[in-house]
Design a protein around this ligand. Structure first.
Ligand code: PXG
Length: 447
């Protein structure tokens, strides 16, 4: 290493790592061998020891346009200079209205009203509150039950963990949210291993909603919330027909259907939203992550016209929904979001993801015969390589692969023993090759 690189390394590595309590991280392990990213551009991060790392995860499934996009940087700095903040309660600023109108136009069906939050977790909790309040004001106050799904992830707020279905996210935090039930997950690799695209098996699991309705009665159920494709649980694609059937059963019983599109929104599955890809329009949709390309945190909830209209039928000076955040519709986040939307449209990134899909799937399936690979799932520009857990040591095999890939210049993400991949939609074919060659090499060496 040259002297100048050593200096750069030294300057960018903080002296004291102890005060920061890192989120969703093995703090002790990390701090004993830190991995630090100091800059990013396009498809790559640069580490504190000045290595380029190909980003196969879009940060955390969020930097869909690629890193450090000039258009976003410029829009953000112009907005900070012009109006860095304005309150959003009982007063407005143009950017939030303009951005909402563009999102409404992009969203399918009549999902044409937008409530801004600052994260996916806040979007999930907001969506659940809107569903409860909707029934309350339309004369169905007994509809208070919320139905999630096993293995679901809807962020870390109390509402989100209650309807979520990942045990580690729930088990230490009590049972503060009553009246929740869960659909069964659709993960079953005995039936579906190595399916390219959506599995044939599993559509029947939507029928379980009828069982839940029979158990609790529809008059007590407000909403069903699902990720159209489970991301955090390890890329579980919806079985064919499953989402359509959920929609039908919800309609039959007057239950609102919420899609959490925090990961699937903004091109991940080769369409603007999973709702478009699967041809099912929910009543409420949550988004975040790719909404601003993650340059500034932001989330949003989109609701269908009849829901918004129900709230607007109250008296002229009433506050229709007692909910909101200091930073709802933050001007700088709106500027980032508008610039991201321009990039998605001008660069045709959703179409690009669709065009690359078959190349992506074939590249993922090139690892099919590697030892310890027990399933591969892929669609759009998202994928998962599921590994056989080491006997008595779950998660170790995948985490080891994550560390080795990082050493070899590719950033992947792991959840359990699953390697999850979701590159920026600007990824090139040779970079797709690099991602899977690196993983393949790491798995071969580890075998
Ligand atoms: N809903 C879904 C479907 C998500 O994937 C959230 C809500 C919460 O968003 P915020 O912005 O509050 O984090 C998410 C977040 C991973 C991983 O690798 C997934 C998420 C976040 C961090 C890591 O599985 N998803």
């Amino acid at each position: 290493m040259s002297e100048s690189t050593q200096n750069a390394h030294h300057e960018s590595m903080p002296n004291d790592l102890d005060p920061l309590w890192m989120p969703f991280t093995a703090n002790k392990q990390f701090k004993s061998a830190p991995r630090m990213l100091v800059s990013a551009e396009g498809m790559h991060y640069t580490t504190s020891d000045n290595r380029k790392v190909l980003d196969a995860t879009s940060g955390l499934w969020c930097v869909n346009c690629g890193h450090a996009r000039k258009e976003i940087t410029e829009a953000v700095s112009a907005q900070v200079g012009k109006l860095e903040y304005a309150p959003g309660f009982q007063i407005g600023h143009p950017a939030s209205f303009e951005f909402a109108a563009r999102l409404a136009a992009l969203a399918p069906g009549d999902l044409d009203h937008v409530f801004f939050t600052n994260s996916g977790s806040e979007a999930a909790d907001t969506a659940l509150k809107i569903a409860l309040a909707y029934h309350n004001i339309t004369g169905n106050a007994s509809r208070t039950r919320l139905i999630g799904r096993e293995k679901g992830y809807h962020g870390v707020g109390f509402g989100g963990i209650a309807v979520g279905g990942i045990a580690n996210n729930r088990k230490h935090f009590g049972t503060a949210f009553p009246g929740v039930d869960h659909l069964p997950h659709t993960y079953n690799i005995k039936q579906t291993a190595f399916t390219k695209g959506q599995p044939e098996w599993g559509g029947h699991l939507a029928e379980d909603l009828e069982r839940i309705v029979a158990l609790h009665d529809a008059s007590t159920i407000a909403a069903v919330i699902v990720e159209p494709m489970s991301g955090s649980a390890g890329v579980i694609l919806p079985p064919k027909g499953y989402l359509k059937r959920l929609r039908e059963i919800c309609d039959k019983h007057g239950i609102l259907l919420i899609f959490d599109e925090v990961i699937t929104g903004f091109g991940r599955l080769g369409e603007s939203f999973a709702a478009e890809r699967f041809g099912v329009v929910p009543d409420i949709m949550t988004v975040a992550k790719g909404l601003t390309n993650a340059a500034i945190p932001m989330g949003a909830v989109l609701v269908r016209k009849h829901i918004y209209d129900a709230f607007m039928s109250s008296s002229e000076n009433a506050i229709e929904l007692f909910h909101g955040y200091t930073y709802s519709g933050h001007p700088v986040a709106c500027a980032a979001g508008q610039a991201a939307l321009d990039i998605y449209i001008n660069d045709g990134l959703f179409e690009r993801a669709a065009e690359l899909e078959s190349y992506w799937i074939d590249a993922a399936f090139s690892l099919q015969d590697h030892s310890h690979v027990i399933d591969i799932r892929a669609m759009g520009l998202v994928g998962a390589i599921e590994l056989e857990p080491m006997a008595g040591k779950p998660t170790v095999r995948a985490f080891d692969a994550f560390l080795k890939c990082f050493e070899r210049g590719v950033l992947v993400r792991t959840t359990g023993d699953i390697i999850a991949l979701s590159p920026p939609l600007i990824v090139e074919k040779n970079q797709i090759d690099q991602i899977f060659e690196t993983i393949g090499d790491v798995l071969k060496k580890a075998a």
